[in-house]
Each structure stands twice: as structure tokens, then as C-alpha cells.
Design a protein around this ligand. Structure first.
Ligand SMILES: Nc1nc2c(c(=O)[nH]1)N[C@H]1C(S)=C(S)[C@@H](COP(=O)(O)O)O[C@H]1N2
Ligand SMILES: [Mo]
Length: 185
């Protein structure tokens, strides 16, 4: 896949330039990756270290794919999408946010979802249940380690929860995120 190749090339370059990041037992090589946050007028490019320097959110993420494969539960660390769009002028009623990845995947969240509702949620037996408070996160750590390429790292969307025990739909968990674009209403 194109994204895997691109990530592979970036990984080789990053290892050559900065070596490994020893973060305890599970050392994952730090890739070089840029995120563009745009509203069509204002545009900001952020590196991984710049993203890690923003106020962090920590909680839980657990997803199910359309064919029933479970991802997680993970402890998740990342940045709220609302924090990222604040740096380019914020997010208003009726706005939408489009998330893209180098493989061409594209997912849109509306204002209700940016505020943490309007998602379908399940219990661990995949029985639909009312949603607790949810937070859209651009995640950079699962279970205390950098997210590997095969899990959608270095940056992946997570529909996060403050408590464990809620499963969300995997289709919103965009892998390899490189662009966040606010569509103003
Ligand atoms: N960039 C990207 N992110 C993506 C996808 C994709 O094809 N590309 N598939 C989505 C879907 S439909 C699901 S269910 C989850 C898990 O997909 P996987 O089983 O391919 O890992 O990732 C989501 N994120
Ligand atoms: Mo899916």
C-alpha cells in the first residue's frame, strides 16, 4: 500500500537522522511526520515534537471494525481535535472537519461530533449502548508507546472515553493522519 511505502521511507530517513527513541521496554523508532491543520485560509504545519508539546489528553480507546475485529482496549494519549483547530481560529456551529491520510482515506466529523456526541457506541459484547462523553483525539500513543505504522501511527484518530468499557466504530479511527481541514459553514 502507498501509505505503508511512504511510512517505510520516512522511517528509514528518521532512523538515519535521529536513531531510536528509547522509551522503556517497547522502543519504537521515532518517525518524521508532518501534520497540516488548515481552514483553507490559515494553514499550520506541525511536527510530532510540536504535537507532543500541546496540552495532552489521556483516556481510553476501543474500536470495532465493520467485520467485527476489535482494536484495543488501549490507553490513549494524544491531543484533542478541538485543541488543534483552536490554533487556526477554532471551530463554530455548522462547521465540519475533514481528516485525511496519504492512502486517500477521508473522514468527516460534524460539529456535534467535535463536541463529543453523535457517535454509535457499544459495550464489550457489541451490544449498542448509550454513549458516555466522547472526545475526538489525534492520538500518538497507545498503551504508553508510540503508535506503530501497522496500527495507523504515528498519528491516528481515536474516539476516546474517560473510562474503559465503551467500544466505538473503527471507521472513524483514521490511520496515518497527515491533514486536518476545517470546512467553515
Ligand atoms: N488511513 C486509513 N484509515 C483507516 C482506514 C483506511 O483504509 N485508511 N480504514 C478504517 C476502517 S473502515 C476501520 S474498521 C479501521 C480499522 O481498519 P483496519 O482493519 O484496516 O486496520 O481503520 C479505519 N481507518
Ligand atoms: Mo471498517
Amino acid at each position: 500500500m502507498k501509505a505503508a511505502c511512504l511510512a517505510g521511507v520516512l522511517l528509514v530517513v528518521a532512523v538515519a537522522v535521529c536513531g531510536c527513541t528509547g522509551d522503556g521496554g517497547q522502543a519504537v523508532e521515532e518517525v518524521s511526520w508532518n501534520l497540516t491543520v488548515s481552514d483553507g485560509t490559515t494553514e499550520k504545519v506541525l511536527s510530532l515534537p510540536e504535537i507532543r508539546a500541546l496540552p495532552a489528553w489521556e483516556g481510553y480507546g476501543h474500536a470495532v471494525s465493520t467485520v467485527g475485529i476489535m482494536y484495543g482496549p488501549y490507553t490513549v494519549k494524544g491531543v484533542r481535535l478541538t485543541t488543534l483547530v483552536e490554533s487556526i481560529g477554532g471551530f463554530g456551529a455548522g462547521d465540519q472537519v475533514g481528516i485525511s491520510a496519504p492512502d486517500g482515506y477521508y473522514w468527516v466529523f460534524d460539529d456535534e461530533q467535535m463536541a463529543g456526541s453523535g457517535f454509535v457506541t457499544f459495550d464489550q459484547n457489541l451490544k449498542e449502548k448509550p454513549a458516555p462523553a466522547l472526545t475526538l483525539i489525534l492520538a500518538y500513543e497507545f498503551n504508553g508507546a508510540a503508535i506503530p505504522d501497522e496500527d495507523g501511527g504515528p498519528l491516528r484518530i481515536v474516539v476516546g472515553t474517560d473510562e474503559a468499557g465503551t467500544v466505538t466504530e473503527g471507521s472513524a479511527w483514521v490511520k496515518w493522519v497527515d491533514r486536518i481541514e476545517v470546512k467553515r459553514s
